[in-house]
Ligand binder design. Structure first.
Ligand SMILES: [Ca+2]
Length: 401
């Protein structure tokens, strides 16, 4: 990832063709084992393939129920899970579905609207360090009624009843009076650093284009706090910023190509998948394939020099949520390498399939009859895909072929 990060920073000012060649070389040297090797959407806009119903029938197995608006899922040793509940609780789920009492030790959380306790991740070296990362809506310290997205690290106590040594390692600036567009997905970069997605807070969309703030950004930070080494750091930019021009990124995963992949909510239409590179501008709110709620143009159109095109987009919006790459053999060779994306709006699970050049060649949806809003999608250490459903009585599900 050092190689990719440094190369990514060095590529910032190169022409697209050179960028593509170097990016391809990076992918070839780092992802030889992966059958599908996406490259970036450097070729400009294309009409995306339309979603179609899957030919393959799948089912789900209920692992646990009784979770109130579960939002983020992480895996513990022994087939157990950590699950956040948006109102501000973190629980351990046993393999048989039993829920622990809420863990003690969480900081103050501004729960309400879209905000609350959102994503959670266990460190890649969790079995040795027992470290957990989580992000949440953080209230201001003065009681002024503002909030922003924050990222914390903690140690899970040996009895798994509490978080210890809780330390907030990043706070989005500025805090805003809003209960929307927190972003708040965490992705580990594979080198000990963390990506965190940050929304535009809905009413501050123009701030996504200025780099003196963290609204509408993806940041890249060290687990000890502070900017990760190798961040692009253009003049005047806050040092944690990795990319900008985002609206509300609620799905993120490190791809098998070593790059950060995200999805983000458009306005009315224009939800996107982006393969995110350091120092790039992803366009919001200047370019978008969506429009205002109720109709009406936003910004300048769908493309502009200096702004990245999405790899894939949806009109109408699917309201994407968590996402994960399938790297296991559990579901057969045809699905391996696919990207699975939850849909809140249509209550189904999308599977995106790529060709050898990285284009999305198929977008099919599964679980169309289940009717559950899907909030998070993860591949477990056992290779199965796990889902969280967004409901007052939300569930943890295992996808079965
Ligand atoms: Ca965009």
């Amino acid at each position: 990832m050092n190689l990719q990060r440094n190369a990514g920073a060095a590529l910032m000012h190169r022409p697209q063709s050179a960028m593509l060649n170097v990016a391809t070389a990076i992918i070839l040297t780092t992802a030889m084992a992966w059958a599908v090797m996406p490259v970036h959407a450097a070729t400009g806009p294309q009409k995306p393939v339309a979603p179609v119903a899957a030919r393959t029938a799948v089912s789900t197995e209920v692992v646990a129920s009784g979770l109130e608006h579960p939002w983020g899922l992480a895996f513990l040793p022994g087939g157990r899970f950590l699950v956040t509940e948006r109102p501000g609780r973190l629980r351990v789920v046993e393999p048989d579905g039993r829920l622990s009492p809420p863990l003690a030790g969480l900081p103050p959380i501004a729960a309400g609207g879209q905000g609350g306790l959102l994503d959670v991740a266990t460190d890649a070296d969790f079995e040795r360090n027992r470290r957990v990362y989580f992000c949440f809506s953080e209230p201001d310290a003065q009681g002024a009624g503002t909030n922003s997205t924050a990222l914390a690290r903690a140690t899970l106590s040996p009895d798994e009843k509490a978080l210890k040594d809780v330390q907030v390692i990043f706070s989005q600036k500025p805090k805003v009076r809003s209960n929307a567009h927190f972003g708040c997905r965490i992705a580990q970069d594979g080198q000990g650093g963390l990506f965190l997605t940050l929304g535009d807070r809905f009413q501050r969309k123009d701030d996504a284009q200025t780099l003196d703030n963290h609204l509408g950004k993806i940041v890249h930070v060290r687990t000890e706090g502070g900017a990760a080494p190798g961040n692009p750091a253009p003049a005047g930019a806050l040092p944690e910023i990795w990319s900008w021009g985002h609206r509300n990124v609620q799905g993120a995963a490190l791809g098998p190509d070593g790059h950060l992949w995200v999805n983000e909510h458009g306005p009315q239409g224009g939800d996107e998948i982006n393969v995110v590179q350091a120092g790039r501008n992803y366009g919001w709110p200047v370019i978008t394939y969506g429009e205002n709620y109720g109709g009406g143009k936003i910004g300048e159109g769908t493309a502009k020099a200096g702004m990245e095109q999405p790899l894939h987009y949806w009109v109408p919006s699917i309201a994407p949520s968590g996402m994960a790459f399938l790297t296991s053999d559990r579901y057969g060779a045809a699905w391996k390498g696919s990207l699975f994306v939850g849909s809140l709006r249509f209550a189904r699970l999308h599977r995106l399939q790529f060709d050898a050049s990285g284009r999305v060649v198929r977008d099919e949806y599964l679980l169309d009859k289940a009717g559950s809003r899907i909030r998070d999608v993860r591949q477990g250490p056992d290779g199965w895909i796990y889902l969280l459903t967004d409901s007052p009585d939300g569930q943890l599900l295992r996808l079965k072929p």
